[in-house]
Ligand binder design. Sequence first.
Ligand code: HBI
Length: 366
Amino acid sequence: MGVTARRILLASTPVGPLGSGIGGGVELTLHNMVYGLGLRGHHVEVVAPSGSLHVGERVHQVDGALQVSSQTQDRDALIEMPSGSVLAAMWRTVSDIQGEFDVVINLAYDWLPLYLTSYLEVPVLHLVSMGSLNDVMDAALADVAQQVPGRLAAHSLAQAETFPDPAMFRIVGNGIVTERYDVQLAADAGAALGFVGRISPEKGLEDVAELSARTGRVVRVWGMMQDEAYWDRIVAEHPDARLDYRGFLPTDELQAEIGRCAALVMTPKWVEAFGNVAIEAMATGVPVLTYDRGGPAEIVVDGVTGFVVPADDVDALARTVGRIDEIDRAACRQRVDEEYSSLAMADRVVGWVDDVVGAVSVPIEA
Ligand code: HBI
């Protein structure tokens, strides 16, 4: 019997058009879901702010004022809806076309889609992209969990645990298009370490500088220079650190550069909901040295695909640098192929959809 073809509508983030990079990890997640679900024979369309790149069978491009990022809000921030809101217009489109779909999966970290969940005929699922940020969102998520259980998913247990009731969330991990990553089974002897992430305080670059100073290893740093003052302060405070800032690279170039590193270092100071860079590095065969905090600590298999040390313990991190050669780089890639490929993620998403939508919709011919 053929696989049941699902007609899936993905509602993107309202903070920026697809391809602008403003949506950060959500863009990577959406692209990967479209690719994996398409590979499995499902019909996927997207609703996104106008100016978005084409992706999937069709992108419904919606005009309107972009939403302010939740990350800039504090805990008691009120929900802001700009006049001419693109988010409101996106969900008017969702409502207009809902009859053509078996399910809508929302990727926006916003109040409106949550509130609309029980007012649409089509089942709406929410893949929550960040940890708990403010009280209004926490309450809206709790309302959805109470009204229609089973509709919320998170990328990692650590992310779910930032909310009052972690049990509200199904954990679905994440995935990347592994075909875009070339595994490099050997690094140059004494090769540099790598760091990938926005240059911003929550990424803990001061610990990376400390690590470089203690081990004498060069750390190549890739990422958008979001906070120049922060960077300058770190360089000034760590004269012995050997940090080699290499700017922001698109995925295809970045993966080739990461693949030449001896290991990727992750020193998150906040709870990363997932940590896509960990699976991107492992996909190129590169072990990951990370703090036991957030998503990366659930991705790295300690001693197999890298090492997990107590959070903020730079000494422990420095000791793992001397153990990098214990890791089989092929095992890093294998772990990604098994757990974090587009198909593995798509299968977890379809399993979630099946549990919510249940009955068969349109069988694909065998
Ligand atoms: N803020 N309001 C809002 N909505 C989003 O969907 C959103 C955001 N801030 C950041 C963000 N999405 C993504 O960059 C992260 O979820 C990865």
